[in-house]
Design a protein around this ligand. Structure first.
Ligand SMILES: Cc1ncc(COP(=O)(O)O)c(C=O)c1O
Length: 236
């Protein structure tokens, strides 16, 4: 500590301007400003169209069977420590079996990585891809954390357009034009946040084929579990 009161101040790292700029573009910022102008107790009811977490809705409550399974696991005392490849094995095996249902081949436990939410997955994946000179393709509009983590790991971000007139499909030609030999990955968010659309199997196939044909190292990142199922089929 140096400078400041008493001649000392904390030596934090210089702010990363690219990360700060990615955060500035977050929709949360604008929502907070809007909410600050609302009178929740006024005569007009407030309809929460920007509510991202559906769990407050009765129809999205966790099934009692799932709640009971979690409670039983906690009560058993077998899973109350740090997770390890050994303790997560039954969960990874269950996910592999579930996703293999419709596949012409079987996934194994080593194909499955479990993370604490999507944010941890983003962080891990970006740290794996991040290398000097690498670029990554992200959707526009997109989820701000993708960009923040990509720039934090020193990757160049290239934004590809989603086309509103075509149900927010990926502009495949634009992706093709953006990608080069330093492109390490394309992020596809499906179901999409913030647009809310779900890509058809045909559209994802088209994107998959384009990636395989154009890139030295094609990687697909899908941050929403439902999409894993689709992508497993596409890359068969
Ligand atoms: C596309 C996308 N990626 C990542 C996340 C973050 O996931 P989590 O809240 O599980 O960390 C979200 C959450 O809404 C998301 O929509």
């Amino acid at each position: 500590m140096e400078g400041g009161r008493g001649g000392k101040r904390w030596r934090f790292a210089t702010p990363n301007l690219a990360v700060a700029a990615a955060g500035e573009r977050s929709i949360q910022r604008y929502l907070l400003q809007l909410h600050a102008c609302l009178d929740e107790h006024g005569p007009r009811p407030v309809i929460p169209l920007s509510h991202g977490d559906p769990s407050s809705s009765a129809c999205f409550r966790t099934a009692p069977e799932a709640e009971e399974a979690v409670a039983a696991a906690v009560r058993s005392g077998d899973y109350n420590g740090y997770s390890s490849p050994a303790t997560s094995l039954p969960a990874r095996r269950a996910v592999a079996e579930y996703l293999s249902c419709d596949l012409p081949y079987k996934l194994c436990t080593d194909d499955i990585f479990l993370t604490s939410g999507g944010t941890q997955a983003i962080e891990i994946v970006m740290s794996v891809f991040g290398q000097p000179g690498a670029n990554i393709l992200l959707p526009k509009p997109g989820y701000p954390k993708h960009e923040a983590h990509a720039v934090f790991h020193r990757m160049e971000v290239r934004l590809y357009d989603l086309v509103p007139e075509r149900g927010w499909e990926i502009n495949v030609e634009a992706v093709e034009a953006l990608a080069d030999e330093n492109t390490v990955a394309i992020v596809i968010t499906n179901p999409n946040n913030p647009c809310g659309n779900v890509y058809t199997y045909e559209h994802l196939s088209k994107v998959g084929m384009m990636a395989v044909q154009c890139w030295v190292t094609p990687y697909f990142l899908l941050f929403v579990p439902i999409s894993m199922e689709l992508m497993c089929r596409i890359l068969t």
